[in-house]
Design a protein around this ligand. Structure first.
Ligand code: DAH
Length: 346
């Protein structure tokens, strides 16, 4: 029967075209040509009307057989292409896990910030708040309200970077005292510390820097006495430098405190016997402090007959230098990763 021959020929042609298709595009072209709704296999059905009834079944089977064979060949070829594409992708994207990884250099907290964090924790535990000061200050807050008028001799030691006659880079975090008292309007007690940078005109060398950090402390309440100051600083020093440390107060002078003291800690290197670290004295100076000068209380809005207070200022680098044995103050600001790494977690 001629129609069956035609079906067989078509089948053979389709199979060879599929088999020989070199890529997915030509495979799809073969699919469209033979197997799609308007393809040549579907076209064979139009011959059905001319086939004698007794042969219709055989012809139908031949057409269906061809369709099945071609369909299977198409599927097999498609899978083959898919598999090839996948293995090519795997080959090009292969990761060599034996290569050393790209390690990221680990950053470290500057010892300067470690000290600020530690001191802040100690005072937070004692119920203090940590306030933020401002690096750019007015002459009024940095000096005047702290009892340092324009012609005061102590200004000579605190020359700084002036932005204008009235605006400057603060020379001391003590300016935060005046701000805090002003904000509370003389109404409520204060327990605060203010860590931050301070600036002074200075020639930088191993022990001097035009930029340094301080932590200011201020307590204002009723019936505050120098005994409270002493107890607070004693506790601070023991937490910071060890339980065995003692403090010693020496009288001193600051315009904003009266009386004023310089506070020494017993040498943690020799335990007070005398060594090179404490220059043979057994004591190391660590901070300035005093009872808030009643004049300052008044200027900042607190009635000095009702309120009294104490204040202190700690040099952050000084504490870090003593704590870590750092030889050069400039190291804190150079951000040399090797230096930072050396003092991590000490
Ligand atoms: N502001 C002082 C300085 O920079 C340090 C200081 C001393 C702060 C005594 C205080 C204080 O609050 O009571 O040298």
């Amino acid at each position: 029967m001629e129609a069956i021959e035609q079906a067989k020929t078509l089948e053979a042609k389709a199979l060879s075209e599929i088999e020989n298709s070199g890529d997915e595009v030509s495979l799809e072209r073969a699919f469209n040509a033979y197997l799609s709704k308007k393809g040549q296999i579907a076209g064979l059905m139009s011959l059905m009307k001319d086939i004698p009834p007794e042969d219709k079944a055989i012809f139908g089977q031949a057409v269906n057989g061809a369709k099945k064979m071609i369909g299977e060949a198409y599927e097999a070829k498609r899978k083959e292409f898919e598999g090839k594409a996948l293995s090519e992708k795997l080959a090009t994207e292969k990761i060599d896990i034996s290569l050393p990884g790209a390690t990221l250099a680990q950053g470290h907290i500057n010892p300067y910030y470690q000290i600020i964090d530690e001191v802040s924790d100690i005072f937070l535990d004692m119920g203090y708040e940590v306030v933020e000061g401002r690096d750019v200050e007015t002459d009024h807050y940095n000096f005047e309200l702290l009892n340092v008028p324009k012609d005061h001799p102590s200004r000579d030691m605190q020359d700084t970077f002036y932005i204008s006659d009235e605006l400057l880079l603060r020379t001391q975090t003590s300016a935060a005292q005046a701000h805090t008292m002003g904000e509370r309007k003389g109404l409520s007690p204060i327990r605060m510390i203010c860590p931050g940078k301070a600036y002074r005109r200075d020639d930088d060398d191993m022990t001097h820097s035009h930029q340094f950090a301080q932590i200011e402390g201020l307590v204002v309440d009723k019936n505050i006495s120098i005994a409270n100051l002493k107890a607070t600083l004693d506790l601070f020093v023991k937490k910071m430098f060890g339980e065995k440390r003692e403090i010693r107060l020496r009288s001193s002078y600051f315009p904003f405190t009266e009386p004023s003291v310089e506070v020494d800690v017993s040498c943690f290197n020799c335990g007070g016997k005398g060594c090179s670290m404490c220059k043979g004295t057994g004591w190391i100076e660590i901070l300035g402090a005093g009872m808030v000068n009643p004049k300052v209380l008044e200027m900042c809005g607190y009635d000095s007959k009702v309120w009294s207070g104490f204040a202190f200022g700690v040099g952050v680098e000084r504490v870090a230098i003593l704590r870590y044995g750092i030889d050069d103050i400039r190291r804190f600001y150079q951000n040399d990763a090797r230096f930072l790494k050396d003092y991590i977690g000490k």
